[in-house]
Design a protein around this ligand. Structure first.
Ligand SMILES: Cc1cc2nc3c(=O)[nH]c(=O)nc-3n(C[C@H](O)[C@H](O)[C@H](O)COP(=O)(O)O)c2cc1C
Length: 325
């Protein structure tokens, strides 16, 4: 399939693996890219720019195909060394960056001067337009269904994607709730040039996370995610567990007075224990409603091949047959 996104990133299939904290290591990024999609290393999971440089070198050893690095711009006072991370990306020869969180405006000149293509992930039309205005090459439009941070507008992709299509001139991919060929064809029907998947790629053979995480996704239904941290205006969609229910109870009890410190035990620094050691009840971890559509743990190639074969079938048989009646 050829779209503006396959052309922009020089990839075979319009399928991107979004950056994921403690999931997006070289093993997963390379597996997705080798399967013809666009794999992504999560920049901030690497504690220093030097660590990121090593992870990029590892990925370069594992694939000759293009891959991306995710840079999430956090709303913190003590910002990570973003210029250092960008330097590691440029020196490592990576030519695609997925930005997320705050606007990447401040860092656009450095990335553009190095010939880097920037795809900014955002959850609203107004932020997508801002990304277009500051020179981003593409946008990943992340609907309310998504795993991770859906923003505060709560607009699902059935509305958000056509709205983005009506307003944007740069290409965009659909993100949030994407799992299979039906997702891809629907996304393209609504104006997207491809799709970005997070949760679906965790439940793959190559995702370098504990088997408990993959099993939890396969076992979950679409009813099993919760929104936490809404009172802090830092909403995150997570898979429910004991820690998440504790957070929600505190949010209810403390109301507007809740502070980050009240839930710090359940959210800060829990990712390594969950993703690496499989301690599933210890804290909150991002997961999309799309878990309800995930029933197996294929290789990335099996997953992507299946999506592309079935997408062609949907377009040429199911959709075309509706016209010939
Ligand atoms: C476990 C997990 C960790 C994530 N970490 C990040 C991150 O560090 N930075 C980021 O920009 N997005 C992050 N995301 C969001 C994904 O890149 C992607 O936008 C999202 O998962 C899409 O929704 P889906 O899960 O329904 O496919 C994370 C998602 C998950 C499930």
């Amino acid at each position: 399939m050829k779209t503006a996104i396959t052309e922009l990133f020089n990839i075979e299939h319009p399928i991107i693996q979004g950056g994921m904290h403690y999931v997006g290591f070289a093993e997963l990024a390379a597996a997705v890219s080798n399967a013809g999609g666009l794999g992504t290393i999560t920049g901030l999971t690497q504690k220093t720019p030097a660590d990121l440089a090593n992870e990029i070198a590892k990925c370069n050893d594992m694939t000759d195909k293009p891959f991306a690095v995710n840079l999430t711009f956090l709303p913190t006072v003590n910002a990570p060394d973003y210029p250092g991370y960008i330097d590691a990306i440029i020196k490592g020869g990576v030519r695609i960056v997925e930005t997320a969180g705050r606007s990447p405006e401040q860092y656009m000149p450095a990335m553009k001067d190095a010939g880097i293509k920037v795809i900014h992930k955002c959850t609203s039309v107004r932020h997508s337009l801002k990304a277009q205005n500051i020179g981003c090459d593409a946008v990943s439009v992340d609907g309310f269904e998504c795993g991770g941070h859906p923003g505060e507008d709560d607009i699902p992709n059935m509305i958000l994607l056509p709205r983005a299509a009506d307003e944007l001139e740069i290409p965009f991919v659909a993100s949030g709730g994407m799992a299979d060929a039906r997702s891809l064809v629907a996304a393209i029907s609504m104006g997207a040039e491809g799709m970005n998947m997070g949760t679906r790629f965790i439940a793959t053979k190559e995702a370098p996370v504990h088997d408990n995480v993959k099993a939890a996704i396969v076992a979950a239904s679409e009813l099993d995610t919760r929104l936490v941290m809404r009172p802090l205006r830092n909403t995150e969609r997570v898979l429910t567990n004991d820690a998440v229910e504790r957070i929600l109870k505190k949010e209810q009890e403390l109301g507007k007075n809740i502070q980050f410190e009240d839930i710090i035990e359940e959210v800060a620094g829990v990712y390594p224990k969950i993703m690496m050691e499989g301690e599933m009840e210890i804290g909150a971890w991002s997961c999309g409603m799309v878990a309800g559509l995930i029933h197996d743990i294929p290789t990335c190639k099996e997953l992507i091949d299946r999506i592309m074969i079935e997408a062609e079938d949907i377009i040429t048989s199911r959709l075309a047959s509706k016209l010939s009646a």
